[in-house]
Design a protein around this ligand. Sequence first.
Ligand code: ADP
Ligand code: MG
Length: 398
Amino acid sequence: MGWKTLDDMDLAGKVVLTRVDINVPVENGTVTDDTRIRRIVPTIRDILEKGGKPVLLAHFGRPKGQRVPEMSLEIVRPALEAALGVPVRFSPETVGPEARKAIDALPEGEVLLLENTRFHPGETKNDPAFADALAALGDVYVNDAFSTAHRAHASTEGLARRLPAAAGRLMEAELKALEAALGNPERPVTAVVGGAKVSTKLDLLKNLVGKVDNLVIGGGMANTFLAAQGIDVGKSLCEHEMADTARAILEEAEAKGCRIILPVDVVVAREFRAGAESETVPADACPADAMILDAGPKTVEEIAEVFGNSKTLIWNGPLGAFEIEPFDRATNAAAKRAAELTRAGRLVSVAGGGDTVAALNKAGVADDFTYVSTAGGAFLEWMEGKELPGVAALMGGN
Ligand code: ADP
Ligand code: MG
């Protein structure tokens, strides 16, 4: 795998600089969703159990290299303490003598949270001097923030090159799930790419076409593919200027033996609102004054069959305008089928993307998937086949 985990590290008596993602939503001084905090608990517990001193590094908001009081991480400290069940101290300095003092004074069994790394301009610039200042504080580096691994910042990349480094439990789980889905997957592999636009997911489509056996294209971007094949999509969301690109992707798929599944029937409506009057028509029969807002039941059947013949599924992007009923049907049905197959042990299913996670939650199946990534941009860049600097630096070793 190329990177170490907490199991490979001797942490007894060591100061463990631990990069976490606790960039949680806060309203009126309290954390409104502590999902990100709960997900780092296993890592911190394991560090404590191994006798290490967890010193947490994290960003909060976008203070752009300045000290912005409203973006102090101190606000997150109580929620962190509640989730961990051990005392959490806070240092108003991220680096320097005050941070050093706080670390030296940290009793065994307790956790220290350092101030927002992005209060320092050197963080996002991956400035060697700032990375050195961070490295001077600790003995070991643990990165548990996969969601920031697509950024080469001092606390996500530079630091990994300066100290013995390992992946935390969350990072480990994420990397293993991704490896199982695209790195070395059991075949056949099916990818679902949906969502609004082809233009935002070009790199994704290009990478997947060369790697997967089946590619389901849904959502608004399917309209662009239909139009590129000469089909009239009426008033649907469609990027006509991407027609050549769409055709090139279809040709590439054919050359590489990747089967493309596009909608054969679609749900159309004249208005984009909840409960709007809608009808199901063949994919080439969208009325001129209507728009395609979801895939139809025949398409869902075909997708379900493809899922049934697959060993691995990787999914980004809803199949329709899932936020508004009844245009969530195809997404719900396909998601439920994937969940069923996963529960039966027949499918490894990995999904990610902001709206995709929301759609799976809405369908009530997020827990049934093998892995649902909440990493957003990092998940997408990984799906695009790009190297993530934070992960590459962990491989670099020290
Ligand atoms: P993710 O955040 O998971 O990467 P995207 O942001 O790419 O997903 O796409 C989600 C958006 O695509 C949703 O807002 C959804 O309403 C929209 N969408 C899906 N299908 C259609 C469609 N046929 N017409 C218009 N919008 C659509
Ligand atoms: Mg989105």
